[in-house]
Design a protein around this ligand. Structure first.
Ligand SMILES: Cc1cc2nc3c(=O)[nH]c(=O)nc-3n(C[C@H](O)[C@H](O)[C@H](O)COP(=O)(O)O)c2cc1C
Length: 196
């Protein structure tokens, strides 16, 4: 088992995958570690939908690509850099990704989650991606499907009171993909003691 801090440093957006399937046992490990995350009042308002069927992935990939074009591709102010190339590849090949995971969240009163209540799902999503990294699996948190949220929910039979917080493609990293090396602002730039 790699060192915890090594895993944090290694975890990053992986968007190119081998076609090899991911054993169900490993997917269940990811969900097990996701559910170790905190949630408001420990309500654990989550559910995780695992998608591997090709016809479902084809439909989701089509909607995801539409979202990609609407949000990113049609916005010339977005830089055409390495992140763009990587995200473009995923948008064009999502149907080939072995597993798509939808971490879903509900509120007991049936309302759409707010910014703060929605925060009860993202620690679980991050746990899931850290666990994936520890197992050598690539992952990336994505949101372009959300323009077709209702279509995705209908396709996957997700109940009305649940929302897909994000979608996490999972698979073994393709040749040339690598963990680690993500670029981040230095701590000195983002830390404030007592006052901003
Ligand atoms: C809220 C959120 C939404 C994101 N949506 C997408 C997405 O729809 N598609 C995508 O390819 N990457 C998406 N990303 C991934 C980011 O582009 C990625 O985490 C960021 O570029 C850092 O990548 P790195 O860890 O490899 O440095 C999203 C990340 C976050 C946190």
């Amino acid at each position: 088992m790699p060192d915890f801090f090594e895993i944090i440093n290694a975890q990053r957006a992986i968007r190119r995958f081998k076609p090899d399937p991911v054993p169900q046992l490993l997917i269940e490990k990811l969900i097990e570690y996701a559910t170790k995350a905190p949630s408001g009042s420990n309500k654990q308002p989550w559910a995780f939908v695992i998608v591997t069927e090709q016809d479902k992935k084809n439909k989701i990939a089509h909607w995801y690509h539409e979202g990609w074009v609407a949000v990113y591709e049609s916005d010339p102010s977005r830089p055409r850099n390495a992140v763009y190339e990587s995200a473009l590849h995923l948008a064009n090949h999502l149907h080939d990704v072995p597993v798509l995971i939808f971490p879903c969240i509900t509120e007991s009163n049936g309302r759409v989650p707010s910014f703060s209540s929605g925060a009860s799902i993202y620690p679980a999503a991050q746990n899931l991606m850290l666990a994936a990294t520890a197992l050598g699996l690539g992952s990336v948190i994505t949101t372009f499907h959300r323009r077709h949220e209702n279509d995705v929910k209908a396709l996957l039979g997700i109940p009305e009171e649940f929302t897909t917080s994000c979608m996490i493609p999972i698979g073994w990293p393709a040749e040339g993909e690598h963990f680690g090396g993500s670029k981040r602002k230095p701590v000195s730039e983002v830390i404030h003691y007592e006052n901003w």
